[in-house]
Write a protein that binds this ligand. Structure first.
Ligand code: FAD
Length: 497
């Protein structure tokens, strides 16, 4: 009987566990245990019911185009619980000099694909718009990335090592600026990345965060042309055309994201879920078929044949320090950002001054506390009862860790100030909640993919070890699901174990 320990019971650990459970039910001779430090499983997947509203403390949805996320939800028997975002009402605003300006139609993430709405939009200056038009004519290789930014010296060895050893890896800001100029970075890309990654465009690696654009540049030169070509190919291949309704951009579950957890946990083998079981040490012993020793803070140590570390990379690194110092070093260098989610419930009449749409993003230089704000009752209408509204704000992010130590009343006061100044909401909310996520979002900084390749290489040298989580090849819920499934599948195939 093979015994597998999963350390960490968030999205990644639970998807590994349910994959092992599926194999066990199909006759595989195995036992597994999920060690989770917190009192409940699920990690950042936390949904609460407050005042008849469905409040998401962590992720509120996932990208529909990551279809393996949908497949996973369906495999749990939750197909009829899937819901799409209310895209006909999707307008997102950017705060520009204190005013909300809608992101124009025809911008696909950061790439202009329609001329008229962008020309008409006050979001960008005329100089920037001219630059967007010129970009369409860029040819492959005419925009080859420089080895380093022209104004900067080539990084010294130690600096390159700190960055992951890949000095050719551009940041998202560098890639976008070469194509569309600095205004696109400041006004759109940086706020988008702050809202999604809690990160900064000037630090995040283009190859890791927007690989599609890096490939498009190689193929087409122009990202605008590349995007239009990709759309044509999708339409030719039978994907929804402009005439048929495309699927919603975001998908969630009727009962909230925690419905995933609440569905998986009862399906796990009896006794497999070990909450309040923080693993404080890992060891190995034996020759030939070596065993892993897993030591929880409370309770006795246990022996396993293999281990899946479904943890933030720095925590996995700490557990592996005595087993492989080089691997631990690499893992410890993956940086993380921290953030807070503040959710306020209102009577809808108190939100009359808010513009229509899904919410807004705030560029850092606007000097506000809020980085992003979602009008939840518009994006997913059923999450607040009729006549009520739900506003969800994202605070903190990369380089702003200290804000997590701010007392609740000061956080609420800062959010209230921003909501009053930006959208004119002056009413006291019916309720307000703050959720603090310390070190929860991995930052794929310059050199990230090179670091991940080194991590994978070092891990392969340690039989019976798999790594899963948001530190490696995707931060979103579907990517974490895939990482947990891949870790479990590798051990089931007896690779490395
Ligand atoms: C505020 C927020 C909003 C987000 N929004 C979205 C979104 O809308 N869409 C989307 O796709 N993605 C979103 N993400 C990203 C996505 O939710 C996460 O990347 C993903 O859920 C992480 O899952 P995980 O299992 O890898 O990590 P986690 O959820 O962090 O789970 C790791 C678990 O390990 C446990 N643990 C840590 N150390 C130990 C130890 N020593 N022993 C035992 N257990 C331990 C922790 O308690 C935790 O439960 C968001 C993330 C955050 C924080």
């Amino acid at each position: 009987m093979k015994r597998i320990a999963i350390v960490g019971g968030g999205t990644s650990g639970l998807s590994a566990a349910i994959t092992l459970e599926g194999a066990r039910r199909n006759g595989a001779e195995l036992e597994y245990a999920v060690f989770e430090a917190a009192p409940c499983l699920g990690g950042v997947l936390v949904t609460e019911r407050v005042d008849d509203c469905l409040v998401e403390a962590g992720p509120d949805s996932f990208l529909t185009e990551k279809s393996w996320g949908l497949d996973f939800v369906r495999s749990l028997g939750l197909g009829d619980q899937l819901i799409g975002s209310n895209d006909p009402d999707r307008i997102t605003y950017i705060l520009v000099k204190g005013r909300l300006v809608p992101i124009p139609d025809g911008l696909m993430f950061m790439v202009p694909t329609k001329i008229a709405p962008i020309i008409a939009s006050p979001l960008f200056s005329w100089g920037a718009k001219l630059r967007f038009a010129r970009e369409y004519f860029q040819k492959p290789n005419s925009v080859a990335p420089p080895l380093s930014r022209p104004e900067e010296p080539i990084p010294k060895r130690s600096e390159a090592a700190r960055q992951g050893g890949d000095i050719q890896d551009e940041t998202v800001a560098e890639l976008v600026e070469r194509h569309f100029g600095p205004e696109m970075v400041e006004r759109l890309v940086d706020p988008l990345l702050a809202g999604v990654y809690g990160g900064a465009a000037t630090d995040l690696s283009a190859a890791a965060v927007v690989p599609r654009f890096v490939d498009m540049e190689k193929r087409y030169g122009s990202l605008s042309r590349g995007m239009l070509q990709a759309r044509k190919q999708r339409t030719a291949a039978g994907a929804p055309s402009a005439a048929s309704a495309p699927p919603s951009l975001f998908t969630s579950l009727k009962g909230g994201m925690q419905q995933l957890v609440d569905t998986i946990v009862p399906q796990l083998a009896e006794g497999a879920a070990r909450t309040l079981s923080k693993v404080v040490a890992l060891g190995r012993h034996g020759t030939g078929s070596e065993k892993w020793i897993v030591s929880p803070e409370q309770g006795s140590m246990e022996e396993f044949d293999a281990v899946i570390l479904a943890l933030p990379a720095n925590q996995a690194g700490r557990l592996l320090e005595k087993i492989s110092a080089p691997l631990a070093q690499e893992l410890l260098q993956v940086p993380y950002s921290s953030s807070m989610v503040v959710v306020c419930g209102y009577d809808q009449r108190d939100l009359a001054s808010a513009p229509p749409g899904f919410g807004f993003l705030v560029p850092r230089h606007e000097g506000r506390s809020i980085l992003a704000c979602t009008f939840v009752h518009v994006k997913f209408p059923h999450r607040a009862p009729p006549g009520r509204g739900l506003v969800r704000c994202f605070i903190g992010g990369w380089g702003n860790e200290a804000v997590l130590d701010t007392p609740d009343d000061e956080v609420f006061a800062a959010v209230a100030r921003d909501l009053r100044d930006i959208v004119g909401i002056t009413a006291v909310p019916r309720f307000a909640r703050v959720y603090r996520w310390r070190g929860a979002m991995a930052q794929y900084v310059r050199g990230h993919l090179a670091r991940v390749r080194r991590i994978e290489e070092l891990r392969r040298g340690i039989p019976g070890l798999e790594l899963a989580g948001n530190a490696y090849r995707g931060i979103g819920v579907p990517d974490c699901i895939a990482s947990g499934q891949a870790a479990a599948t590798a051990l089931l195939a007896n690779r490395n174990a």
